[in-house]
Ligand binder design. Sequence first.
Ligand SMILES: NC(=O)c1ccc[n+]([C@@H]2O[C@H](COP(=O)([O-])OP(=O)(O)OC[C@H]3O[C@@H](n4cnc5c(N)ncnc54)[C@H](O)[C@@H]3O)[C@@H](O)[C@H]2O)c1
Length: 358
Amino acid sequence: MREIRVELGERSYSIFVGAGILAEADRLFGPLAQTPVLIVTDEGVARAQEANLNRLLESLNRRVVRVAPGEESKSMAGFSSLIDRLVEFEQDTVALLAFGGGVVGDLTGFAAACYKRGVPWIQVPTTLLAQVDASVGGKCAINHPRAKNLVGAFHQPRMVIADVETLHTLPARELRSGLAEVIKHGVIADAAFFDRVEQTIGRALQLDLEVLEDYVTTSCRIKAAVVGEDERDITGQRAALNYGHTLGHAIELAAHFRYTHGEAIAIGMACAGDLSVRLGLLNPVDAGRIEAVLQSAGLPTRAADLEANEVLAAMNLDKKFLQGANRFVIAREIGAVELRSAIPRTLIEEVLADRLAG
Ligand SMILES: NC(=O)c1ccc[n+]([C@@H]2O[C@H](COP(=O)([O-])OP(=O)(O)OC[C@H]3O[C@@H](n4cnc5c(N)ncnc54)[C@H](O)[C@@H]3O)[C@@H](O)[C@H]2O)c1
């Protein structure tokens, strides 16, 4: 088992990564093992991971809430009904545990942030995306009909337990989706890791636990280091994690979630690579390597079913657009990125014209 520390002063916590480590969950919980815990999961995870869920429920003072799988649960209505369940369950103290992907994690974290002005919570991520990204850093949010993640908070969990064995039941499309964020971590911060991903991506798709453990550990280390420097997204360092996300989120919205988060981010990363090349920063050979590894992961790098103006319209609602001036993370090389503001709209349109509709 590997342990990564997220260093945030009194809010510091550990991320435990390994294969089969849920068997040790109670020991890892420490003092929280005695606290009444409301476990939040979705129906898909509850079915696929029944044995692990039952193990988490063995303690008498735990209950489970099953929400419907998918983004719809990350809504005002989903939040409100979870708070109702907390009120019904409430004992003297309570903690929440998110057992699922990023949807369950975001909903649970936001409820934990709001309920009684903040109660402890534990993350047990079961998708690759949640293990390498969503469970690190304490951002949690629900969606508004007009924009994703519009209503949210920063609320750090007490610990994260990422058991890569849970990925064995994950649908292949979801596994590929998580690989987009793994590749992103190599691009933004670690060229050696990117090389390793190029070499091992086939084994990851075969669910090789050693490779997955490396991907989760290295990704968490990279994200934890960035979050440790810029917990609340203020200095701009945390923004590096948004590589491919400005257009990726817009694509996700414009496509009305036909693409998974990771698929949309993969297309967004291909667009960000094009922009980086057109701005004279990234070498086209490296942009090609990034696109090739995304494709090896089975991810899309084009969206023939979308119009550029739909994506531009969705982008203008994105909260990453600071006071009307767009802001993009641009790659200088594999392993290094920088923030650029006010990228000319014509340049964005050119890139979209190439990547979309055809
Ligand atoms: N808070 C953050 O920092 C952050 C970062 C990135 C993404 N997110 C959010 O994460 C969400 C996407 O998360 P996701 O990709 O994990 O999707 P998800 O939570 O919707 O899970 C995807 C599907 O996989 C199923 N599933 C999950 N684990 C499984 C398992 N082990 N076996 C079988 N089925 C399983 C779920 O039932 C669901 O149907 C988005 O809402 C996004 O906004 C948050």
